[in-house]
Design a protein around this ligand. Structure first.
Ligand code: WTA
Length: 651
């Protein structure tokens, strides 16, 4: 009965309506007529207004499914757009980043001129190491201003980068460096996180040992603790990056590679998502301008993501800097030294726009509103959410306790692949509903299809698809044309399959329902079940493993692994820890299973397929961290009886 009363509750919350506050609407960057604009006209105008070109584009786009090109003939440089453009316009003294380190009092403000100088110095340094147009560079850093500096220095030289999230393991890092054949790696001695240090250089050393293409490693000194440096290969950033003489921004073709970002797919091997220059920048900048309603001379904008994810790329670095925004960047965790750290930061810098993930909102919810109440949050005028469906309870908590019931909330749906926000409210126009991402962004064609490929109308549900190309769309998967076609374009002809389920309500608003493939979403991070399974079977004592996700009130989903040990060995609490750590070593701590259920056998169909849905159901009913489930006879019995049931259906 409890479930149904919760359902009613959620249903009532979903029914609430939040029209834009009239004062906000009157001044909003996006006004109602934006939805009437023609697709070509919209993107042509955006292409000219958001971005400065060394040579103008001559053709808006070319669509040869499944590959698109945008702003053909245009020449530009992303770093020039993010830095020089503003300095030349006399805005060099505006702060680009207010950076707050995790240790107490560790603060820096970098203006656009400062940032340009730092980028120039690093670009010259990279040049001295032989980096030029087309040289692949890896970046493995924490949340320090030098991470955007590194990205921009690469962009300035036309050297494509791949940023690897600082929580990834040596194996994950090596895999990416190897796949892109990176010649240089930029990293730092250590990072600060929750009062302790993360040994980035040590992990990088391990990874570089397995990445023969990497010739040089540039190391930022962050904590100052001793780290081993390899003579001839490793260079201290502060010793190498000293040349302030002008470093011209390389004129790049619209379709030149800007970066690869690896993300989980449904196999063990991550996909290298390809993003190019012109369309990506227009997409990131125009969505940032309208959705976050950026007033560059008034706003203090804070995207609390990590630069290692696409949200960091598009909405900490490229979009905001191209638009000349003043941003906040924070190094550490929200609960260090105390649970009010975020709210202290908002008060200190007078943050007006906050963009974060539902999982973070739910953590704050769990800690209680008293932490936010200690601080003056009255500067906030707009809130954003990204990464997973936001449950109405969290939406309303965010609205009331952080937004003081006056800030519109933009729930933004998008993906690493889309490069830019695709479904979102526009804060001065849209009447929002807790839990709904509402409408496609102007110039974006979203639909929901049923199994047969027919469009589903209001009231229906099915697969979320994108029917027209968009400027920031991925240009494929790095070196994997077949996989690209198969993953996104094979279910429906010439239509992009997002991999998310969605429904449309009677008003035509979209509600995202989560992934429809074997990709889990833990704290807004995409992790494939098969990746975790491969990490588990890599352990010498594991015979077989199957992974499923269960609901978790904070992280959205939590990973539950079902493991059979070799030789019929029984599981133990120690073994559980050992396997969890093994996954952390293979992938990174974000992929550690919350629970491992040891089982003598995995439930399979006669044809040998693991019954994943059954495992999901079993996972759903196990409390997390409940070690009594180890080889628990009731689990085994449950598996056996359910197996028998499924089997009889198959027969
Ligand atoms: C999910 C993150 C519901 C979705 C930008 C998508 C969301 C995947 C939302 C992409 C949202 C992201 N509502 N679900 N507002 N935003 N997702 O590549 O399943 O890390 O396919 O990009 O996150 O994750 P990715």
């Amino acid at each position: 009965m409890e479930t149904s009363s919760q359902e009613i509750n959620t249903y009532q919350l979903e029914e609430r309506r939040y029209p834009p506050p009239p004062e906000f609407a009157a001044r909003a960057n996006a006004q109602r007529d934006i939805y009437d604009r023609d697709f070509d006209e919209f993107w042509e105008t955006e292409g000219r207004e958001r971005v400065a070109w060394f040579e103008p584009f001559t053709k808006l786009y070319e669509w040869e499914p499944p590959y698109a090109k945008w702003y053909l003939g245009g020449k530009l440089n992303v770093a020039w757009n993010c830095l020089d453009k503003h300095v030349e316009a006399g805005r060099g003294d505006q702060v680009a980043y207010y950076w707050e380190g995790e240790p107490d009092g560790d603060r820096r403000a970098l203006t656009y001129s400062d940032l340009l100088r730092e980028v120039t110095k690093l670009a010259n340094a990279l040049k001295s190491l032989g980096v030029g147009k087309g040289t692949p560079v890896g970046i493995y850093m924490g949340m320090v201003p030098e991470a955007p500096v590194a990205m921009l220095a690469c962009a300035r030289l036309g050297a494509p980068h791949t940023v690897i999230f600082g929580g990834f393991s040596a194996d994950s890092l090596a895999g990416r460096l190897h796949d892109m054949e990176c010649e240089v790696l930029i990293t730092q001695d250590e990072a600060w996180r929750r009062g302790t240090t993360v040994p980035l250089k040590r992990v990088a050393d391990e990874a570089v040992g397995e990445s023969p293409t990497v010739q040089n490693v540039v190391v930022l000194q962050r904590t100052g603790n001793d780290v081993p440096m390899t003579e001839g290969r490793d260079h201290w950033w502060h010793e190498l990056a000293t040349d302030e003489s002008e470093c011209p921004a390389e004129p790049m073709d619209s379709e030149d590679l800007l970066y690869l970002l690896y993300t989980s797919g449904t196999t063990a091997k991550p996909k290298g998502i390809v993003h190019t220059t012109g369309g990506y920048l227009v997409g990131a900048a125009s969505t940032h301008y309208y959705i976050f309603d950026l007033k560059r001379d008034e706003d203090v904008y804070w995207c609390a993501a990590d630069v290692g994810w696409v949200t960091g790329h598009s909405y900490i670095v490229y979009g905001p800097l191209c638009n000349g925004a003043t941003s906040v960047m924070y190094e550490g965790t929200p609960d260090y030294p105390d649970k009010d750290r975020w709210w202290e930061i908002i008060e200190r810098y007078g943050v007006t726009i906050l963009y974060t993930a539902p999982t973070a909102i739910r953590s704050h919810m769990k800690w209680g509103p008293e932490h936010a109440q200690k601080h003056d949050l009255s500067t906030l005028r707009l809130l954003g959410s990204v990464g997973e469906p936001i449950n109405p309870e969290a939406w309303i908590w965010y609205h009331e306790h952080i937004g003081g019931e006056r800030c519109p909330i933009v729930d933004t749906w998008w993906q690493t692949e889309t490069g830019m926000i695709m479904i979102t409210p526009l804060p001065g126009i849209t009447t929002t509903k807790p839990g709904s991402a509402t409408k496609p962004f102007p110039g974006v064609d979203v639909a929901v299809f049923n199994e047969e490929g027919a469009e589903v109308g209001p009231g229906g549900g099915g697969y979320l698809v994108l029917r027209k190309p968009w400027p920031a769309m991925l240009r494929g998967l790095y070196k994997e044309d077949e996989r690209y076609r198969e993953t996104y374009w094979s279910k429906y002809p010439n239509v992009y399959l997002a991999g998310d389920g969605a429904r449309i309500d009677e008003d035509g608003d979209f509600w995202l329902l989560g992934r429809v493939d074997d990709v889990m979403n833990v704290s807004g991070h995409r992790i494939s079940t098969i990746e975790v399974e491969s990490a588990l079977v890599d352990h010498k004592e594991v015979a077989e493993a199957a992974v499923a996700a269960r609901f978790d009130a904070t992280t959205g989903q939590a990973i539950v692994a079902f493991v059979t040990l070799k030789g019929g060995a029984e599981g133990s609490v120690e073994k559980l820890e050992e396997l969890r750590n093994h996954v952390a070593i293979k992938i990174g701590a974000i992929a550690k299973p919350a629970n491992i259920v040891f089982t003598p056998e995995l439930p399979k169909t006669r044809s040998g397929k693991i019954m994943r849905r059954l495992l999901r159901d079993v996972a759903e009913n196990r409390p997390l961290g409940d070690t009594t489930t180890l080889a628990d006879p009731t689990v085994v019995d449950e598996l056996r009886s359910r197996e028998a049931e499924e089997q009889s259906k198959e027969d």
